[in-house]
Design a protein around this ligand. Sequence first.
Ligand code: B12
Ligand code: SF4
Length: 592
Amino acid sequence: MFKVILLDASFFPSLGLETLKKSLKENNISCGILPLFVEERNARRRLQTEFKTSKDYAPFFLEEARKHLNKERQELETADYIGISFFADAANSQMKVGLAKLVREMFPNKTIIGGGPGVDSYAKKFMREATLDYALKGEAEKTLPQLIKLLDEKRFEEVRKIKGIVYRKNGRVNERKTNFLKKEEVEKLSLTSTRTYMNNNKDLMAIYTERGCPHACVFCSVPRKENWAQISESTIINGLLEIAKNKDIAKIGFENDLMFANKARAKRILQKIIELKLNKRFKFSGMATVDSFLREGNVDLEFIKLIKKANFTSVTMGTESLSDNTLREIKAGRYSSAQAIKVADALREIGISGRNFMLAGGPETSVKDFLESFYRSTKRNFEGKSSYEELSFFQVWGKNALLTKATREGLIYTPKGRQIKNPAKTRVTTKLFIMPKDPTLRNFFLQLTKENEEVVPKIYTPRVVNLAKSTLGITHPLTRKLMMLEAQMDAKQERTHAIQANIIGQMAEKKATKKYGEATKQTVKKVMLNKNAWKKQAEKAKDYTNAFVAAEKKFAQLRGIQRLRTLKKIRQKTGLSVFAPRYWTTKTRKLP
Ligand code: B12
Ligand code: SF4
């Protein structure tokens, strides 16, 4: 029995809701979190295979959520208040707004309270569209218990004075200024951790050690922007020691954006981790920006080595672009593309895997800027030097300086290419993009958004090459480099297909022998025509091909007798006539 139930609809248990649960308990208000993310996780998997857009996917999520809420009906009926966390992006809103309405329909007597970064950005819109009773803007550790107590005691006049409150009066929605905790209050917070339910990551514990960000990137709508606050170092270390008692946990994910931005503090935490041998106990991952790894313009190798020593195995970075012009526009030129590349190289050389998030370009991005960034990131991926995500279009995602500028200049578009004059008047569930001024680049991007793309996929390289040919000309060095890259990618793909065909052939032969006694043209054909049985095998063949290609790369580094021996072994074990890796001889002794 809980007074408050918070609905967690994320695929990764929410640190925000866990923090609130703690503070409600400290105020003697019983609170439970109802996870709906198992449903969402299934939906996510299905999204990739079955649904084309988030619009098709939201109804599926809601159908699943309805079943789950029904299953938990008894528990939910005991609560007076139901809380939901909102994010400002349209896809997430399509699910969460729907969820709030579903709760309203299934549990009409409950008071529904909204919160989260989405409410900070679009308080009034969420109140109206999600039919909320109340919402709280900003950090709610103090304000949520306050709201519950005042509502319980029916002191409605006082409710309207709570910091960050969003409420209705005479049918009109009113809001108060966003509430942030004082820096000293954040410093005193305890360490919150959540453990994912995703099967492949069950040994991972997520924590956060800071709130907000010291920077002011024009496109970002992070809460506490330029108003960074940090949890005390001793709390973090003691928290890690506490988690270390749980034998099931092997990895710690620092979920805050900028774990390494305050270098002096980060160094103290890293040194303490090493001193207490927590680096032997856990693998760590964190998030950063490129400038965190620079010192006086050069790569801060000492710092990266310390991170490695503390056993950070991966770092995710908001690199955003490999074009200097775009970096000047959206990252205030805090680093150049050359510096971003050097940092990525240094991380890789030291053995930390780096994943870089990328944006396709802002209002001022030219075709050449975009092509440069596309070429550099795709080439580095192709050469296995780094891992750059596909270039995303700017989504209208909370209020920020870039949105203000783009609105003024008429650069806001729907995915279908309709220009939107005033985004403030659209619904939170409407997806909007900020497009470049350059009409050629804008049309190129809009062509992709019309096809439901939110990124420039790698497989669209031929289209990017055509864009280069038609704008820069065929003799331009960048066009020629892109053409060369396209040719290399094609050749690699053809080879991969050949390997896959080889593997599929062997698998079919094996199956035919098992089922019909021998592998003849007819029996192999029979096996391959049995679609259902073959579907699973085909998936396996894909995995084997990927493993083969990756391992083959390692094999290529071997020399002399070692190389020949390995090759022989592999041929014996796998029957593959192409270069084959050691990996196969140990891990996949027999083909399935
Ligand atoms: C870690 C993180 C994630 C992790 C979450 C891991 C986890 N276990 O929680 C993952 C990778 C899953 C994630 C996913 C997404 N994220 Co995220 N994420 C963050 C990040 C870096 C930190 C969030 C955090 O944990 N903060 C600490 C907690 C304690 O704070 P909090 O969540 O804000 O919660 C406080 C308040 O918001 C409020 N509150 C929160 N929920 C509720 C509910 C109620 C009822 C009330 C009253 C109050 C309330 O009270 C809490 C305590 O003070 C932020 C950036 C940042 N620095 O804030 C981006 C950020 C929140 N993410 C963002 C987005 C857009 C997303 C995605 C939608 C991305 C996507 N397209 O898929 C998804 C949505 C996932 C979902 N939950 O549905 C945006 C939100 C923008 C905006 N203005 O809305 C941010 C701000 C990033 C950015 N710079 O733009 N994210
Ligand atoms: S993009 Fe990253 S570095 Fe820039 S303001 Fe947002 S959180 Fe900070």
